[in-house]
Design a protein around this ligand. Sequence first.
Ligand code: SF4
Length: 62
Amino acid sequence: MKGFVDKDTCIGCGLCTSICPEVFIMDDKGKAERSKNEILETLVASAQEAATECPVNAITVE
Ligand code: SF4
């Protein structure tokens, strides 16, 4: 599984990076971006929680 961030939708709140910093980080423009790597099995639930909690639904995990 991988995480995807729609940067046009992201409002830069930082919540996803708090919930799952192993998968989501902030870029130098203040938008979230994802790790390019496959999400480790142990981090899938956390990445999905970040997607659920994103206030503008900018994250997809699939
Ligand atoms: S939680 Fe959503 S809006 Fe907030 S930084 Fe992450 S992707 Fe952007």
